[in-house]
Each structure stands twice: as C-alpha cells, then as structure tokens.
Design a protein around this ligand. Structure first.
Ligand SMILES: *Cc1c(COP(=O)(O)O)cnc(C)c1O
Length: 399
C-alpha cells in the first residue's frame, strides 16, 4: 500500500501560515451571541427609570465572552458607560474606537499609570487623598481637568475612602481645580445573599450608609456627579439601589445572581461552549475510564472522547458531575476530566459520530446547561466559571 505524503499537492509555504488555516470550530470553542447581550441590556434597562444609566461591566475580557463584542452590543442595547478592571483593558477598548466613558474599577496608584489613564481618557477609581493629589497635578500639568470617580467604602473593606473620614476629605477634594468628579460610588459585598431585602441586612446597611454620606456632602441631588452602588444583584433587588447608574456584569451575560428570579425579566445566556467529538470507542463491562480509574463501566459502554479539558478552563472537580448536550439529549460525562480531553457516555446513541458537535454550556430546545449549574457542582460561583475559559478556546461571534 502506498503511504500518502501529508504535503502532497499542497503548497502551504511557511509553517507560520498554518494557523490561519485552522477552522475555529475544529476542536472546542465559545460561541457568543451579541444579540443576546443587546437584548439582556434592553431588558435590564426596562427595569430602570429613564434617567438612570447602565454601565456594562466588561472586565476580564467581557467575563470571557470577548470584551469587544460585548461592548458593541451592550452599547447598542442602551448601556452608557463601560467598566473594566485594568488599565490595559481600558486601552484596548479605546483602540477599538469606543468613545463612551470608561471607568477603571481596579486601583491605579502610580503617577505613571494615572498619566496613561488620563491620556487614554479612562476614569480612574480614586480611594485616597494621595491619589487625588496626583490626579490634580496631572490635570494641572496638562492644563486640563482629570475626570475620575471617587469610591467610598461602605462595608466591602476593599477599595474606597474610609467612610468615617470621607465627608471631611471631600471638602478638601472639592477645592482641587484640575480634577472633575464624574462619579461617586461604593460596592455591595453581599447583595446576592437571600436576606438582602431584610432591613437589618448588611446590604441595606451599606445602602443607608452610602445615601447618608451623599447627603452629608450635598451631592444626593447633583446630576453632574453620577452616584452608583449596585452590581447585578443590587440592581435586581429593587429601585432603592439604582441611584444615578447601575454597574452590571453577570446579568448582561444572561444570568441572575439572585436565588429568587424575577419572572418578568427574560435574560438569555449569551455564551455557548461547544466541542467536537474527536473519537468514539466501545468498552466492555468492568473497564476503567481515564486517570485513576475512578469510573468503571457497569455495562458495555459507548464513549465519546471530547477535545476539551481543564487546560481550556473546564474545572477538573466537575469530573463525573456534568452532562453534555446533543440534539436535546443529555449525556453524562464520565471519569476524570483530563488536561485536554474528557469522556462522555453516549451508550444508546446512534446519532453521535466522530466530528459531531456537543454542547457543554448553552441551550438546545428545552434543555439548558448554565455556569450556575457548574458553579453549584464545583462549589464556586458563576463569575469564576465564566472567566476561567482560556485563550485556547477561540471566541466565535454567532450574530
Ligand atoms: C465586577 C464589578 C461589578 C459587576 O458585578 P456583577 O455582579 O457581575 O454585576 C460592579 N462593580 C464593581 C466595582 C465590580 O468590580
């Protein structure tokens, strides 16, 4: 038999050109629906008063969805501002041409970083007089005003001015001529806890403290300074948390963090995690599967080998705890999830072939698997699931 030459009849030229020949759907990939993001933002907007703004939080590459696609569609849906965690994330968005206000939620504390932030028209989050002074000096140096947001700590104990000293420090900040305070905000620590509507809950206490501070500094009715407190959970609790703007992440991606779901809010997951079946094998009864032999077949079993593993961001501690969808049917994943592959029990299916596509996250007909399901099984939160997906998974926009 003649062995075919792999390069027969092909002229690929340099090896470095090979990569673009690969189909992004060749192995495992993430599909992102921009339209779902747009609809989710519209849905969320409909719960806000007309004057209340919505900031789309697109940090961590848009919670793993692709910050460029998310920003574009969130703005189409009615978002007015974008929120990022890092300087680099903000600069990226500017390089794509987004002109809307961008708030850097993480802390910039060196003069160098603050200058870069100023030059790229990114608003830093300011947590101290020291940072405020640096910004004022930068504004003065460039003969202009540095736009920024002040943050006050009301119970998260992360960033922000100490609430006890804030009123006094604000008096001083008001006299700085080369800064422009565009917003004052705080962050909720426990809004997704079931007791959040209880008047004695820490969430209500944070809201009261924030409101009190705004009153004391006299900006509770100043519409040039946007006041904001709510993340997705806070926003969905009730209108008392909305102030002038809400900063929403998880909900624009299609998931509510509250245990009690609002039935009038139709959020749609924007992310699908899909994978190809790379191999199929049939094993006898009593045969072990994957590392450590944790799964042993109790009957003759048909296995599909999927090209995705923990190096792609599927948590290994989900081994044996998840299902995978194919044509509206669920199939159990079996054995340890390996770095690059995992096995699924597809006994009884004649439809699934080598090269078939299976869905790890997303919906098919009335069946749906979400990051909330995975989070419950792996003892974490949906936010962590979404931002664990690695660059090895191509992001494919589907509309
Ligand atoms: C990430 C983040 C948000 C968004 O939170 P979600 O729960 O995803 O809506 C809002 N505000 C700040 C300061 C954040 O860091």
């Amino acid at each position: 038999m003649q062995i075919p030459q792999t390069n027969q009849g092909l002229n690929f030229g340099k090896y470095s050109n090979f990569e673009k020949d690969i189909d992004p759907k060749q192995r495992a990939w993430i599909e992102v629906s921009g339209k779902s993001i747009e609809k989710n933002v519209k849905q969320l907007r409909s719960k806000l008063s007309k004057s209340c703004l919505l900031m789309a939080v697109v940090k961590a590459d848009g919670y793993g969805h692709d910050a460029k696609v998310v920003s574009e569609y969130a703005l189409k849906g009615g978002a007015s501002q974008l929120g990022v965690a890092t300087l680099k994330e903000g600069i990226r968005l500017r390089s794509y041409g987004f002109k809307e206000p961008i708030l850097v939620l993480g802390n910039l504390y060196t003069k160098r970083d603050l200058i870069i932030s100023f030059k790229n028209d990114l608003m830093p989050t300011i947590s101290s007089l020291r940072e405020c002074l640096i910004c004022n000096n930068i504004g003065k140096h460039f003969g202009s005003k540095f736009s920024l947001n002040l943050k006050v700590d009301t119970g998260m104990s992360r960033l922000g001015f100490e609430s006890k000293k804030f009123v006094q420090q604000f008096e001083k900040i008001k006299s700085f001529e080369n800064i422009s305070i565009k917003g004052i905000y705080s962050h909720l620590s426990s809004a997704d806890e079931p007791d959040s509507l209880d008047p004695k809950s820490s969430t209500q206490k944070q809201r009261q403290k924030f409101q009190e501070l705004l009153k004391q500094i006299g900006v509770d009715n100043n519409h040039n300074i946007k006041t904001h407190l709510a993340n997705s959970a806070g926003m969905l609790l009730n209108k008392d948390f909305h102030f002038d703007m809400v900063r929403v992440g998880l909900s624009i991606y299609g998931y509510s963090p509250l245990a009690k779901k609002d039935k009038t809010l139709l959020l749609k997951p924007a992310l699908f995690l899909k994978v190809k079946v790379a191999f199929i094998r049939i094993i006898d009864k009593g045969v072990s599967v994957s590392y450590g032999g944790k799964f042993i077949s109790n009957r003759k079993t048909k296995l599909a080998v999927l090209s995705i593993g923990y190096a792609d961001g599927v948590p290994r501690n989900l081994s044996g705890k998840i299902n995978v969808l194919h044509h509206k049917k669920l199939y159990p994943q079996v054995g340890s999830i390996t770095m690059d592959q995992m096995m699924v029990d597809i006994t009884g299916s004649n439809e699934i072939k080598i090269g078939s596509t299976m869905i790890l996250l997303g919906s098919d007909g009335d069946k749906i698997i979400t990051p909330l399901d995975w989070a419950r099984e792996s003892n974490t939160i949906p936010w962590e699931i979404l931002c664990s997906f690695k660059n090895r998974l191509p992001r494919v926009q589907i509309d």
